[in-house]
Design a protein around this ligand. Sequence first.
Ligand code: BGC
Length: 751
Amino acid sequence: MEIQEILSQMTLEEKASLLSGLDFWHTKPVERLGVGSVMVSDGPHGLRKQAEGGDHLGVQESIRAVCFPAACASAASFDRDLLRQIGDCLGVACQHERVAVNLGPAVNIKRSPLCGRNFEYFSEDPCLTAELSTSLIRGIQGRNIGVSVKHFAANSQEHRRMSSDARVDERTLREIYLPAFESAVKNGGAWTVMCSYNRVNGEFASQNRELLTRLLREEWGFDGYVMSDWGAVSDRVKAVHAGLDLEMPASGGSNDRRVVEAVRAGLLNEKDVDLAVERILTVHRRYWDHARPDTPWDMEAQHALARALAADCMVLLKNEDGVLPLDEADTVAVIGKFARSPRYQGGGSSHVNSFRVESLMDALSGLSTVRYAQGYDVESETPDEALIAEAVEAARACSRAVIVAGLPDAFESEGYDRSHMRMPRCQNELIERVAAVNPNVIVVLYNGSPVEMPWLGRVKAVIEAYLGGQAVGGATRDVLYGRVNPSGRLPESFPHRLEDNPSYLSYGGEGDVAVYNEGIFVGYRYYDKKKMDVCFPFGHGLSYTTFAYDNLRLSSPDIRESDTLTVSVDVTNTGRVAGKEVVQLYVGDVESSVFRPVRELKGFEKILLQPGERRTVSFELGKRAFAFWDVQLHDWRVESGAFRIEIGRSSRDIALSAEVHVEGAPPAPCRRTVNSIFMDLMRSEENRAILQPMLKQMASGLGGASDSEEGAISSQMMEAMLQYMPLRGLVSFSGGQISYEQLEALARQLK
Ligand code: BGC
């Protein structure tokens, strides 16, 4: 039956029943009309399908599945295709398991290193988040499984997540917190969106019509359905009207009844209910039409892929004296509990029941040059002298010491935030003590967000492996021993200390009010503007080879905002091994009437180069690469002028740069009044011709001394002061030369 026909045959009660879940993971059927129930499941880096009646906090087991690198790690790949591959694997698993919608990706911006859910989010940068998450979406939906892009919107903290009100100004929302959702809809064709728990500028996201209807549907053209985060609905009737189609999980029928009553009482238009049902059924029809439960799910093959992908996500932060890669002949002390039981995923709704976990020690089994010491306990922060002594002893006996450290589970999770950026004391102490006896210490970090590294100056190498999924041990081995040349780049800045972070003064909020005071200056946008030293900058990552950049060229030195600028650069592998380079393109506005970051990532490409190989990498830049969100126009605007195009190895290591002149659309004419100031008025040539003589007269009336005369105010000072004088100053300070009535006529005449 056509959806419209089904709809026309449904009772109001049946329609309302479809607007909330049957249980934790299913939608309701309407059997008499052949409407089936569908299953939805987490999550973004591995299928977490729970048995019927399961909880949603990861307490109860889910079916065995493959755990891929979490978004903190996969984002570090800077590799669209890698994300697409993970998406494809998730799509296969969902098809096999009859799951219609995969609840991810989670695309919230990392505003602070403290957010408990950073491990599930991609980056502090909107361009990187948008590009990578959209690739993941394409991978999943390529298998005809829906995604649920979450958590819409401004869910950048876990603290009081169900009640907190994110107060974010319009420009910051548009430039930082919304682009990944926008791209998911416009470029990814997302089937569903999941609203967040929090309020956004005073209204719960679940009943925020501005977000769910005006922006998502009317402006971006979203044609799927919006579901609530689990338990995010406050006022169901208001939520239906706002555009929240499906409430999850079940509400025991009580909200369905409220919807029916509201329609009967004339408080809710039945059309709103019909629309929600239509959207839900349309998306589910897409799934039913392409359901393929006979799709084979080869977990072994996916495990092998998970290992290869995890290696491509690892970021080599430091490698002094080329201590890495290791040689199989080197004697190596492998230290740390995480080398035996890796931390490879985060806690909460994304927790996967991995069918296998491969540790570094598993991957090193059979290598006689390696010996293991536990070094620390994960249950306690207190240094354990016996474990440290054993580790020191092992390190003394070997030429290299690899310490696998990071954050234990309890340090970061969905549901609460961190309160500091430190690693457990026992691990920091261990690293110091081992470094005191072995000059070749290599630290491998398994963590979901940045940590302070007080020992950084005393170790030779650091690999940030993030939470690399169930095959992280094999991947760590591959990178340590040079089977894989590391190519990850930091998708976030690592500040020296938490206090350096731009959100530090207001993160978490006061009570339920969280004001995003730093505005658009999130992450490197802030550190660069303040010229602050960071521990490791956004985009940073080393390789076992080296790359040279040259021959930066622009398709034109001058463009209009409607044109596309092509930027090309040649990259050469100047080392002795093959490697992947991440070519990063940043744009900066040379002069602007609004506050703008020094540079913003507007393009990136990951390329594989053999030793000596040279390749041209090209980027296309359109209007959005140069625009800011104009709060007067409520639209994107390019201000005419020069823009810097920078090609960098990181946000702090710019290899080449050039300038392009972009001609923006002329600013919309604005009405001049008697309160307009001279500085603004004198921008127009026509205005200058009219006003210059009047200004002169006013300056002399006010007693500005000529350059040769001595006086309290020189003519130069006077000129500077008069910039801020409103037009009405002509009445007050020109000795009656002009009346107020003449002034109003003059204002109307000015551009
Ligand atoms: C989380 C969502 C998740 C949902 C279902 C919520 O607590 O915030 O990300 O998809 O539970 O497990």
